[in-house]
Ligand binder design. Structure first.
Ligand SMILES: O=C(O)CCC(=O)C(=O)O
Length: 276
């Protein structure tokens, strides 16, 4: 990783929004060229699969190959644009800020979602227990954080991510939270943003894929990150030769080999955002 990760990476306003709601949208985090490369690569992988049933490389898998939901998993070694996204210095700076120290890649996946007439309800879920979170300098920190970047523009009918705002702090049975929130749509926030915008969120936030009503494809890419001593999700172990060929910082990001040498990164809310 040649560029430095900014710290703090979030403005005080972005950090406040994140702490209150459990997510914040960073508009235009990626350039149009980065978005185009990711879309071309993802469509290319789907095309190769539909033609020949081919996987795009070793140590990866498809979580879904349905027409309305195509998903390829474990990405860093599959294409340079995937690698660049998952090692994006600014996004990593944000992730480290809200986990509270250096991170490793825990999972990575890219999706193509298409309209599905059968899909009438959200599949709300969370991937981390709220009890694993902690406060430092009065700010909320969590051990599992995702950067979900939409690669297509998201208007109100394009099926952007939905979430129950503030649920990242609620140590309550998720089914009870979901039932209560569904009774008042104001509690369900719905991401709308230009292509290349990143939804940064705690995995303890209850969230789901939105429902596409526009008829347009929705493409996205996700990096999941944890402190260095955590394991990957099953099926996301790094491709060994690829990881070993990286510089030390990148290898640690991919393998978590810093383990319990956890370099803390803590800010105050009032600290201004770093410009580089
Ligand atoms: O499709 C989305 O917007 C949400 C994806 C999601 O729920 C997840 O990766 O856990």
């Amino acid at each position: 990783m040649s560029q430095t990760k900014p710290f703090p990476a979030l403005t005080p306003t972005q950090r406040l929004y994140l702490d209150v709601h459990g997510y914040v949208v960073i508009e235009n985090a990626l350039t149009p060229a980065e978005v185009a490369a990711l879309c071309d690569t993802l469509y290319g992988i789907e095309h190769a699969y539909r033609q020949h049933g081919a996987l795009p490389g070793p140590d990866c898998h498809f979580s879904s190959t349905a027409e309305e939901f195509f998903r390829v998993d474990n990405l860093p070694h599959l294409a340079p644009c995937f690698f660049d996204y998952l090692t994006h210095p600014r996004l990593l700076g944000m992730v480290e800020e809200i986990t509270g120290g250096n991170v490793r890649l825990e999972q990575s996946d890219a999706h193509i979602r298409r309209p599905s007439p059968e899909r009438k309800s959200y599949g709300f879920h969370r991937g981390m227990d709220v009890g694993m979170s902690y406060l430092k300098n009065g700010l909320y920190h969590g051990p599992f954080v995702k950067t979900l970047t939409n690669l297509t523009d998201l208007g109100p009918d394009d099926g952007g991510t939905v979430c129950i705002a503030g649920s990242h702090k609620l140590d309550i049975d998720p089914q009870a939270i979901i039932a209560a929130a569904l009774a008042d749509p104001r509690m369900i926030h719905h991401v709308q943003a230009p292509a290349g915008s990143t939804l940064l969120f705690f995995e303890s936030l209850i969230h789901a894929s939105g429902i596409i009503r526009s008829g347009r494809d929705r493409l996205l890419i996700i990096g999941g990150y944890t402190p260095s001593m955590f394991q990957t999700w099953r099926g996301y172990e790094p491709h060994s030769d690829f990881a070993q060929a990286q510089d030390e910082a990148t290898r640690s990001l991919l393998t978590g080999d810093q383990k319990y040498h956890w370099d803390r990164r803590l800010r105050l809310l009032s600290d201004p955002v770093a410009t580089s």
